[in-house]
Design a protein around this ligand. Sequence first.
Ligand code: OSB
Ligand code: MG
Length: 368
Amino acid sequence: LDIKAVNLSIIKMPLKHPFTTHLGSVTEREGIIVEVEDSNGFIGYGEGVAFSSPWYTEETVQTSYHMLKDFLVPLLKKKGISHPDGAIALFSSVRRNHMAKAALETALWDLQAKKEGIPLSKLIGGTMEAIPAGVVVGNPNLPEALKQIEGYLEQGFKRVKVKISPEDDYQYISGIRKQFPDLPLMADANSAYSLKDVNRLKALDEYGLLMIEQPLGFDDIVDHAKLQAQIETPICLDESIVTFDDARKAVELGSCKVINIKIGRVGGIGEAKRIHDYCVSKGIPVWAGGMIEFGISRAHNIALASLPGFTIPGDISGSDRYWEQDIIEPEIKVHNGMIKVPESPGIGFELNRERLKEVTVFEDRFEF
Ligand code: OSB
Ligand code: MG
């Protein structure tokens, strides 16, 4: 790839409604938009999905920006890269900082696909023409959550995920089940429980949840294996899986029956694909997680979720789920619960420059 420049924009946008987990609420989202330009004028887009504070992983917008500016972009400038599948090796002298790496790596994948004139989904082995949309309700108020779920079902969403914690699980889940007995429903605990809560978690079995996501420690795979042996509900791991080896070890130990893959959390599309391929070989279903992100990251998720192992609807909703106006055009739309996988080259969406300018709080450019 003959790269001429990298552009980084830090953007900030309010959410339409606060998104709440037991760890806190998100009311405003910052992100980093990466643009990698080559000598033919192609531009690859990436998005850094770290949050403003380190509540979900240890990274933040500022640490990601620091890694990009002072290490990752200089590595790319100094050593170059012939294909994005070399990015893992190129960035290997930087420990972790997966969201920062993914921000740049995903832009390289988009650029490669544009250079080849093919959709990103095709470049990485995607097979689906459309993917099912799933939505996350981050509202602890049960009557409000029920109303929201009703609205999402009218829009055709295929699956609903809610956030739970030991302070609010039976009452919340049973309230949803009473109104929606057949809804494909799952619950994400974001590490709110410990092994001491095994009876509480066992009692959730009666609600027929598709799965329970990350009930125990964010970095644990041992206790999850002990828990999975005692409950019927399949465990899905999110926070615990940050590398291919984490996935392999979790599957070998029996710590989960499902894995949520987030490109940012695992450090890029290359690692996400490796985890996907391994899970397919082991019969472990995967789905694409979400990060309350903007359209660029959602577009990468759509391409990833078109791979054959993504057999469960992910946390992929339309641009209007969180934003008054997204930074891409066209915006991402859900039709009858499905999202079309773009057929144009690369991610298949353009930056809406006017909107990007409106929400940019800081910008920097690196000439190669
Ligand atoms: O745990 O999956 C999670 C959002 C931010 C951080 C972590 C998670 C989430 C979500 C929402 O569940 C996903 C989305 O709609 O983008
Ligand atoms: Mg989760």
